[in-house]
Each structure stands twice: as C-alpha cells, then as structure tokens.
Ligand binder design. Structure first.
Ligand code: GH3
Ligand code: MG
Ligand code: MG
Length: 404
C-alpha cells in the first residue's frame, strides 16, 4: 500500500482511453442510428476522451490554460449528449442547439477571464456550477422523453446522469479540491477521492452510452413490430394485427357479456375493375375504401385489411341491428364517393357486407366469427351485391333485446 501512489496522470489517462474506446464501440454498434442522435453521442464521448487527455497532459505539465480548455471540452461533451437526446426526440431546433453548445463555452471563457490566474478555486467552483446547470438541462430533455422510450435504456441514461449530478454537486462546496497542478502535494485521501470521482465519471460514460444505444435499438424494434402489423398499401392493420386485436376484443366481450359485431366487406366485381382500368387504379380503389372505413369508424372499432379487396371490421359492444346501421352508412359513403383516376375518368364502386354479431364464449377463437360473417357476405353477393346480409347465427332479436 505504501508503494501505491495514485496520480492524476494515470486516472485521467485511463478515463481518456476508455472514452475513446466507448466512442469507437458506439460508432460500430450504432452506425444505423447516426441521424437519430448517435452522431452527437459519439461526438460527446470522443470529446470527453480529448478533454481527459488534456487533463492528463495538464497533470504532467501543470499549465493552467490546459485545464480551462479541458473543462470547456467537458461542457461541449455534455451539450453534445443533450443534442443527441433532442435528435432522438426528432427535435431539430437550430437556435436552441447552437445555444446549448455555445453558451457553456462562452461561460467557460468568461470565467477564465474573471478568475484566472489568481483564483483557480473560484474558477473551478463556477465551472462546476455551469456543468451542474448543463446536467439539469440534459435531465429535462430526458424527462420529456420518458413517455416515448419506456425501456431499460431510458432508465440507464437517467441513472447515469443522476450519478454524474450527485458526484459533481459536492464539488461546488469543496473549498480546496485537489487540483492536478498541486497533485503531487495532495494527501493520499484527497487523491483517492479524486480517483473515486474519476471512476464515477467513467461509469457514467459507459452507462449513459449503453443506455442510449438500448433506447435507439428498442425504438427501432418497436417500429419494426409496428410495421409488421401494418398493411403497406392502406396503412390499416393487417391480418396478423387483426388476429391479435380481435382475440383481446373477444376476451373483453366474453367477460362483459356484451355483443360484438364482425363485418366482412368485399368490393364488388373488383376483378373486372382491375381488368378494365389496370391494377394501379385497383390499388387506388382499395386505398379509397380503406380511408372511408377509417374515417367513418369509432376509435374503439378495429378496421383491418383482411386480404385482397376484403376488409374486416370488429365493432365492440354492437348488436346486430346496430351493426347493420353502421354497415349501411359505410356502404352509402363508399357508393357515393367518386374515384378519379389519373386519366381523369371518374368511377364509383360498391361493396357487399356480411355481418355476424354475438356474445362470444370465453377463449373462443376468431375464425368461427369471421367464417360466419364470410358466409353472410356470400349471401349478399348471391342476393345481387351492393347490399348487407346478417348471419343466421347472430343474436336473435329477442336475445339482442335482452342484451341491450
Ligand atoms: P365479387 O363481386 O364476387 O367479389 O367479384 P370480384 O371480381 O371482386 O371477385 P374476387 O373477390 O374473386 O376478386 C378479387 C380480385 O382482387 C382478384 C385480384 O386480382 C384483385 N386483387 C387482390 N388484391 C389486390 C390488390 O392489392 N390490388 C389490386 N389492384 N387488385 C387486387
Ligand atoms: Mg374477394
Ligand atoms: Mg370482390
């Protein structure tokens, strides 16, 4: 133990080395998130690396100006990480980001002019105040992000920033903190405390970087999950999403003993439409119908593209005759909507709808309900199209009356 002499050169050198390593790892692992904040996060850790290299140099050479530069760079690193979080929020405000970056730099230089070279303690203390304020601004951005990134990543970043805050706030109140310039003369306790602080800053760097990577990765995964459940042509939920949402709607309906209506809608003579006007015009029709369905349904209804030119709607808490009224409204809206093709031709389409409304059994699968609506839809086709048919297995009027 007696041979052990902690020194600033080793402590700062180690942090600098790890900061460069972390920024390299972040660049390798996070390149695909470059525009979503990773560029500024990598810049932040790299600038930290440069700052601690300068601290290490200063510990060796004892030039006070180097300390000013290093501390300014730490401010740049904090500002850069805050901007990274703003990019994650998809917030690009040029004036705010410029202020975030340049205000602390200007403050550092102003403090240097006011306090140095006579009052190094005063400079250090005020510089720490600047850093604390910057850290609060980072926490504020993180707080605003809490609802769109509820994962472990956000918690890690917040924990890292809080650790940093807790470790630097006491420095504002320390009267004679160890300074590299007088490092050699410091008692062992003070030097060890400084080493402890360096270790905390190292942990902060690693934890916040990992946390930010996790935030980006989780958001990307959520986006891909969302995309996998969305039909690209209409932006409506696809069949997989329908099955997922319908299963929970069945559970809710079974437990509340409230009826649930399933509507299967098919565009009439669509093959003929495609043959006469081309597939692109057909796509336009599918998009138009999807838009009408979405516009005319309630927030709690499920509107999905089941496949081809078929749509399935699930209306919770809806009796057969109520579903019929809703279907009539939809059919009328579709029939009266003009579809103007790029060639200028104006067309109209009609749809046939099958309805099934019942109180499902607990744990019942979705297939029998859609099959019943499908059967009713074919009855509507057989009946001459452009009409609505209710499945024979739907709630009878007397049962519907009792359920109402
Ligand atoms: P019916 O009135 O009996 O429903 O006649 P239909 O012509 O609509 O019959 P059917 O349902 O068999 O035809 C569906 C057609 O829809 C066949 C297919 O070429 C076309 N289709 C399916 N998906 C798409 C799509 O994404 N875009 C376009 N343009 N056409 C599609
Ligand atoms: Mg069809
Ligand atoms: Mg059809």
């Amino acid at each position: 133990m007696q041979d052990f002499k902690p020194d600033f050169l080793t402590a700062f050198g180690m942090i600098a080395l790890s900061a460069f390593t972390v920024s390299w790892v972040m660049w390798i692992l996070g390149r695909q998130y470059w525009r979503q904040g990773m560029s500024h996060a990598v810049l932040s850790t790299a600038v930290c690396g440069v700052a601690y290299t300068i601290f290490a140099l200063q510990a060796k050479l004892g030039i006070i100006e180097l300390q000013v530069i290093a501390k300014t760079l730490i401010s740049v690193a904090i500002a850069s990480f805050t901007i990274a979080l703003q990019r994650f929020r998809e917030s690009h405000e040029w004036v705010r980001d410029t202020a975030l970056m340049w205000l602390p730099i200007a403050a550092s230089f102003a403090l240097a002019v006011i306090y140095l070279p006579e009052d190094l303690t005063g400079f250090n203390r005020m510089q720490t105040v600047v850093t604390v304020l910057q850290t609060f601004s980072t926490l504020h951005v993180l707080y605003r992000l809490r609802s769109n990134s509820p994962g472990a990543g956000w918690k890690l970043v917040t924990a890292a920033i809080l650790i940093q805050l807790l470790s630097i706030v006491p420095l504002v109140f320390v009267k004679d903190r160890p300074s590299p310039a007088v490092g050699a003369a410091m008692p062992l306790d003070a030097l060890l405390a400084m080493w402890g602080l360096c270790l905390v800053l190292f942990l902060k760097l690693v934890i916040s970087s990992i946390g930010f990577l996790i935030m980006l990765r989780d958001r990307q995964a959520a986006l891909e999950r969302h995309k996998a459940l969305l039909d690209p042509l209409t932006q409506l939920p696809n069949r997989a999403a329908l099955v997922r949402d319908m299963t929970s709607a069945i559970g809710a309906s079974a437990s509340s003993q409230r009826p649930m209506a399933v509507l299967l809608m098919d565009i009439d003579h669509f093959k003929r439409f495609n043959d006469q006007h081309g597939h692109l015009a057909g796509d336009q029709v599918i998009q138009t119908v999807a838009r009408i369905l979405k516009q005319q349904s309630r927030a709690k209804d499920i509107v999905s593209r089941y496949g081809g030119e078929e749509f399935v709607l699930v209306l919770p808490d809806t009796l057969p005759h109520e579903a019929e009224i809703a279907a009539l409204r939809l059919c009328t809206a579709i029939r009266h909507t003009s579809i103007v093709l790029p060639s200028g031709i104006e067309l109209h389409v009609t749809v046939s709808v099958g309805i099934h409304s019942s109180i499902p059994l607990p744990g019942q699968g979705w297939q029998p309900l859609v099959a019943a609506a499908d059967e009713a839809m074919y009855a509507a086709k057989r009946g001459g199209r452009d009409r609505i048919s209710i499945s024979s297995t739907s709630l009878s009027p007397s049962a519907a009356f009792a359920a109402a």
